[in-house]
Design a protein around this ligand. Structure first.
Ligand code: SF4
Length: 182
């Protein structure tokens, strides 16, 4: 019998949510028995090769490439899950949302104390670079999201319980202690 297929991605995040998934420790062996991984940094598959059952995404959208990846996930995954505060509400990267983009770029590349040597005042502008968006968007403001797993990062046990429930059809009964919102 074919296994449910999972894909994962990190957009404007820190990979902490992926690290939390790996924190299920030896249960990762059980996970591999239960599911097949497709596009994901975990197996380094870079493009979808099959339609997936579940897409887990950490990080919000801070540039045009993030939006493209997110739309690709929505197209290729039957169920899409926002994992962690960055995906759910923008998280730390969204601290820039109250500041005009030009001011952020000036601080990052020209004026900031940590800029170092940039005597020619060069701002990165290669046409292959993604374009930064006016603000950092949570995933549900760009596409339909089916489920949300909160936390920064969500606890490993929460990720485990949620994924197992979804792939086995088991009722999701999460104890309150497993859910955190910080
Ligand atoms: Fe990192 Fe927290 Fe954002 Fe997850 S929610 S990507 S752990 S900052």
């Amino acid at each position: 019998m074919s296994k449910p297929i999972i894909a994962t991605a990190s957009l404007a995040g820190c990979f902490g949510c992926h690290m939390s998934l790996l924190d299920i420790d030896e249960r990762i062996l059980k996970l591999i028995e239960l599911v097949e991984f497709n596009k994901s940094p975990i197996d380094d598959i870079k493009t979808f090769t099959k339609e997936c059952d579940i897409g887990l995404i950490e990080g919000g959208c801070c540039n045009t490439e993030n939006i493209e990846v997110l739309k690709d996930f929505r197209k290729n995954c039957k169920i899409l899950i926002s994992v962690g505060e960055c995906a759910i509400m923008g998280g730390l990267p969204a601290m820039r949302n109250g500041i005009p983009v030009k001011e952020c770029l000036d601080e990052a590349y020209l004026d900031g104390l940590t800029v170092g040597e940039n005597k020619e005042k060069i701002m990165p502008n290669d046409e292959e670079l993604p374009i930064i968006t006016d603000k950092v968007y949570p995933l549900h403001e760009i596409v339909k999201v089916d489920y949300y797993l909160p936390g920064c990062p969500p606890k490993a046990d929460l990720l485990w319980e949620a994924v197992v429930a979804l792939v086995t059809g088991k009722e999701l009964d999460i104890p309150y202690e497993l859910v955190k919102f910080d």
